[in-house]
Design a protein around this ligand. Structure first.
Ligand code: SF4
Ligand code: SF4
Length: 382
């Protein structure tokens, strides 16, 4: 989530609204004005983001740097906070936006980038408010992330119903550990209310129960996730399996691929993913980090196995210079803009345009083997 820091004025509660850059518009309801100056008659806006010192109006206002002001686009949904933070909750021009319904979870993954917390009900209320304010296009993906949103039961089902009512054509992605779907009656209820165009993205990190359970930090998880996948298949749901690669499973990627094609041949997509080194992943860094170039052979064999079985397969979040060129066809760039960032050395790389780059959230925790590819000719690729 993009955030900008400024200084606040006239504040009480958090203010949420849609960005407008038109000070004279009469459509002010639900809008926050983003403008260099505070206009003479700002009445009707929910708040103002500006760069001008003179703010004597009674509306909640945040003064930010001119560069930050330029980053806020018409139609974005933003929140203004008393501490002077402007957070972008919905990017109007982004192909994908995420809703965080809860940070609570029934797993404790060693590499979790968003460590579980006690559920805060305001996250559901904020998500509802955002959904009420925004106007997603038919191609804009809505991602439900967490935490484990399925644990919210009625609040989760109500939010799915709301999405179906507000944007029935939008593609939806639900990120889940899949355990809730091991309960057949839960899955049945989910099927009854879910938006039509919904892909369930289930994390599965090993073909061995003990290894998966060790990675996700809770015994019995492997069995529940596998059951969940089978229940989703009974209802012919669109399913993706996500394997996050760490030191604990990197030597078994080909076996994991074989396990997936034998046991879950109904899936629509399988994704092998590099780690984001933040949250628990940073805390457990020495136990879980492995340089992607150390598992390039296993990764190549895994994607080859899945692809030969005619299932779709992709690699996410691993720079091309750390992947075998024969596996580059499977490497994808992220559709979340903030994930496609690059190091200064990447400027001379000939495949930068095709490369996913690095997670900025991983900070200094990057592979030391990232190295520009000067020419693809020597690799036999043109
Ligand atoms: S990464 Fe693991 S612990 Fe974190 S939210 Fe996902 S399932 Fe829960
Ligand atoms: S040098 Fe940078 S742009 Fe080139 S492949 Fe590596 S990470 Fe990607």
């Amino acid at each position: 989530m993009k955030k900008y820091k400024g200084t606040s004025n006239n504040f009480g509660d958090v203010v949420l609204g849609i960005v407008t850059r038109q000070p004279w518009t009469i459509k002010r309801k639900g809008h926050i004005l983003v403008s260099e100056d505070v206009p003479l008659f700002p009445v009707g806006f929910r708040g103002i983001v500006h760069t001008n010192v003179s703010d004597n109006k009674k509306l909640p206002a945040i003064k930010v740097q001119p560069n930050d002001l330029r980053m806020l686009s018409e139609g974005d949904c933003i929140s203004l906070n008393q501490n002077g933070t402007v957070a972008v909750l919905w990017e109007n021009r982004s192909p994908m936006n995420a809703f965080l319904l809860t940070e609570s979870c029934d797993c404790r993954c060693l590499m979790c980038p968003q460590p579980p917390k006690v559920h805060n009900k305001s996250l559901v209320e904020t998500s509802r408010e955002i959904l009420h304010l925004v106007n997603p296009t038919a191609t804009q993906i809505i991602c439900i992330t967490g935490g484990e949103s399925t644990l919210l039961n009625d609040d989760f089902f109500d939010f799915l119903t709301l999405i179906q009512e507000k944007c029935p054509k939008s593609p939806i992605m639900l990120l889940t550990n899949g355990k809730s779907f091991s309960d057949f009656s839960f899955t049945k209820k989910f099927i009854a209310v879910k938006p039509k165009n919904l892909l369930v993205c289930v994390s599965l990190h090993s073909d061995i129960d003990e290894v998966h359970d060790k990675i996700v930090g809770v015994n019995g998880s492997f069995y529940k996730t596998a059951m969940g996948l089978q229940n989703l298949a009974r209802f012919r749901q669109l399913v993706e399996i996500r394997v996050v690669i760490s030191k604990l499973n990197a030597d078994r990627l080909e076996s994991i691929a074989n396990f997936i094609i034998r046991n879950f041949p109904f899936i629509n997509h399988c994704a092998f993913m590099g780690m984001e080194i933040t949250g628990y992943a940073r805390k457990n860094y020495t136990d879980i980090w492995i340089d992607p170039s150390d598992y390039e052979e296993q990764l190549f064999k895994a994607v080859r196995t899945i692809s030969r079985s005619k299932l779709k397969v992709s690699i996410y979040n691993i720079p091309l210079c750390l992947i075998r060129p024969t596996a580059w066809n499977f490497a994808r760039k992220s559709i979340s803009g903030w994930k496609n960032e690059y190091l200064p050395i990447c400027s001379s790389c000939s495949v930068k345009k095709e490369c996913c780059g690095i997670f900025t959230t991983s900070g200094a925790f990057q592979s030391v083997r990232i190295k520009p590819i000067i020419s693809t000719t020597s690799l036999g690729i043109n």
